[in-house]
Design a protein around this ligand. Sequence first.
Ligand SMILES: [Zn+2]
Length: 370
Amino acid sequence: MNRALPCSLLALAAFCFPISPLAHAAAAPQTTHIIFVMTDGLRWQEVFSGAEESLMTKEHGGVKDVPALRKTYWRDTPEERRAVLMPFLWKEMAAHGQLYGNRQSGSDVYVTNGHNFSYPGYNETMSGFPDARIDSNDNVPNPNRTVLEWLNAKPAFHGKIAAFGAWNVIAALFNPARSGLVANAGYDPFTLPPLTPRLELLNSLKSDGPRIWEDEPFDYVPFYTAVEYLKIHKPRVLYLSLGETDEWAHAGDYANYLDSAHRADRYLKTLWDAVQSMPGYRGHTTLIFSPDHGRGAAPVEWKSHGEKIPDSKYIWMAFLGPDTRALGERSHIAPVTQSQIAATLAALLGQDYAAAVPKAGKPIPDVLAH
Ligand SMILES: [Zn+2]
């Protein structure tokens, strides 16, 4: 870092020139806290190009009010469209962090589990490797230790990690009975004390609201539960999985799909703004954002994903924090895989998951301090 400082003062000359051998060593990370948000099955196409015109229709996107949807999300260029769909991602994360996965710019990100659906993708993301045993979305405890369970076994992180999810399988992903992690998902009430009036209301909304989907409530429930937990318990790692982007796409409802992506972006901003005012977090928190799988192409296969849609293996990921240089939207770089996220998350916290779990993907070098 010293190399970037001006060398105008003689007193600083020893630090600036000649370059110290230490300047070449990996810098200790500044990150002490992580916020990791996933949104299920959001396509790289919308992330990098915004709303897709052929889907803003009744025929292919089930859109009821096409002029209104176009007014909200259609703009003349991909850059304008993506910024209006996900303003925080583009004005903050891309401007001050890094964004991977724009296949049109030579940046491929993909899942390696071969299934291109949810539980295999969440397991690959959080344990760092694909597992042939996880070949369904059945709500069964994860046989693998996730990177969060691995961190939770360390005194510096023990009891300072929590996971929230819309989809009920997100709790099973972290296997709380074995891991001891706080993991709340689906329609299960959040019961860990202290139960604030806000948490009690969220539990009521969870139990009393209409159930469009049998395995997950609307995203605002886990989101606001996670925000409340963040403020009360101040975890070092907060994980949040949102589900609506996948559900609306499966329903062929492009307007609600876009709206849920837009809300996910606003949730990121809310979390980021919250930690800027929290002692210990500001300047020491890294935000990570990714999906569990991609989806097919317009005009029909965008609704689905899986083995039969090979392109649904392509995903994207974003990083913002004190250790990640502002390289923005990456282009013409080597591919990155979903299996690298776990070790990258750990490395940002100064922890060597890649050494402890050799079959896990290696940290993404450019995301880390140099
Ligand atoms: Zn999914």
